[in-house]
Design a protein around this ligand. Structure first.
Ligand SMILES: *[C@@H]1O[C@H](CO)[C@@H](O)[C@H](O)[C@H]1NC(C)=O
Ligand SMILES: *[C@@H]1O[C@H](CO)[C@@H](O)[C@H](O)[C@H]1NC(C)=O
Ligand SMILES: *[C@@H]1O[C@H](CO)[C@@H](O)[C@H](O)[C@H]1NC(C)=O
Ligand SMILES: *[C@@H]1O[C@H](CO)[C@@H](O)[C@H](O)[C@H]1NC(C)=O
Length: 358
């Protein structure tokens, strides 16, 4: 029993990390339109490299998927409506995606989605820092861009197009400085922050905290979405992020907590559609959220492979570095396959390749 628990304790963070990494992958996927002869450009088995253990399998998958990738994408209104009402009847992103005073009463229990046996009781102190109601605004956004961090975004010139979306979602505090602005834009409506990045880049907010606040400036007054209740050990560091912004961060992003109940529902939704990973990646979570709160969903930077689909040139793991992710190699391509299917059905638009100058 004890051994199992210890094992789980070690495994959980790894799993978490993996799911975040997957986002990165996604991200690769993204950009645009012109993919004239996809099959000829798919990374070939022979070019398999470095981090890419499962690549040959991926290549086949992607080659198959891209068969149906069309740059002449057109929204299919009926398919979109059908998918969205299915999703929102099961997941309720609008009212449930974030922990609020409305959906989480004082004295109730928050059930960690990765650690169900140890619920957290909502004390007065915790209740006090919850937002009152859902923070996405009442309107359905006309257009949303979900921006993954994949290397496919490098040199894509998609910044302007991304900025033109009404609601822009980014993953895991990506850099937005002027080295990247042309490719990824600088507008942010919601940005996620993985507890692991808080540990790696900001010493878990146990030391100087002002650098953290400073580094959030590029996101303006976006929502800062913290997965505080996935695992018990995520909670203290997420709360420190909250308190840091409360103490130092006027005009800083508004920290809100991802609701584990939403995550559970979303995992179930995707599991029922054949996705067998422990949980969806941040990228898929954000794409799903967007499908409920936006009328037109565009994905950029989602591409879980290390070759560019247009010309096979090697691409880095992220648009800003080539750090290898300890990824969940298995679920990323599968997730991507699901998104490609939605792309084909005219539900969601995946951008691969370069954006056209507007
Ligand atoms: C691509 O489209 C063709 C024709 O509609 C279909 O037969 C094939 O199964 C599709 N491939 C994938 C991977 O969806
Ligand atoms: C949202 O909009 C609907 C319809 O316009 C309205 O009935 C509802 O009260 C609004 N809710 C909030 C929280 O503003
Ligand atoms: C982007 O373009 C620059 C300059 O042309 C080049 O040095 C760099 O390698 C390119 N990056 C990628 C990922 O293609
Ligand atoms: C984005 O860049 C433009 C042009 O450089 C600037 O005017 C604008 O204030 C920036 N927006 C944000 C949110 O940083």
């Amino acid at each position: 029993m004890r051994v199992m628990r210890t094992l789980m304790l070690w495994l959980l963070p790894i799993i978490l990390l993996c799911s975040f990494c997957s986002v990165a992958f996604w991200i690769f996927l993204s950009n645009n339109n012109v993919i004239p002869h996809p099959s000829s450009r798919i990374p070939q088995k022979s070019s398999e490299t470095k981090s890419c253990k499962g690549c040959s399998k991926d290549n086949v998958l992607i080659a198959k998927g891209l068969e149906n990738y069309s740059h002449k994408w057109k929204k299919h209104e009926a398919n979109f409506k059908r998918f969205r009402s299915l999703l929102s009847s099961k997941c309720y992103a609008v009212s449930k995606a974030v922990v609020t005073k409305n959906n989480t009463p004082l004295g109730s229990n928050v059930i960690y989605d990765g650690e169900r046996r140890k619920p957290l009781q909502v004390t007065q102190a915790l209740f006090n820092i919850l937002v009152k109601e859902q923070p996405f605004g009442n309107a359905t956004w006309e257009s949303c861009a979900v921006v993954g961090n994949g290397g496919i975004l490098a040199n894509s010139s998609c910044g302007e197009e991304i900025n033109s979306a009404q609601f822009v979602i980014r993953c895991n505090l990506p850099p937005l400085d002027n080295r990247y602005e042309k490719d990824v834009g600088n507008k942010t409506s919601l940005v996620t922050a993985n507890p692991s990045i808080l540990h790696e880049k900001y010493s878990g907010l146990m030391e100087r905290r002002r650098p953290f606040v400073e580094s959030l400036r590029p996101y303006g007054q976006a929502l800062l979405l913290l997965p505080a209740f996935s695992y018990g050990h995520n909670t203290p560091v997420s709360l420190r992020a909250f308190y840091t912004l409360e103490d130092f961060g006027s005009d800083s992003p508004l920290p809100v907590f991802l609701n584990p109940e939403y995550l559970r529902r979303l995992s179930k939704f995707w599991r029922e559609r054949g996705l067998n990973s422990v949980r969806p990646s941040t990228g898929l979570i954000m794409a799903s959220l967007a499908l409920e709160i936006c009328s037109n969903v565009h994905l950029y930077g989602f591409w879980p492979f290390n070759k560019h689909p247009n010309d096979n040139r090697p691409i880095t793991n992220h648009y800003y570095d080539d750090r290898e992710s300890k990824k969940n190699v298995h679920s990323m391509p599968t997730e991507f396959e699901h998104l490609l299917k939605l792309h084909k059905q005219g539900v969601i638009r995946i951008h691969l390749g370069e954006c056209q100058p507007t």
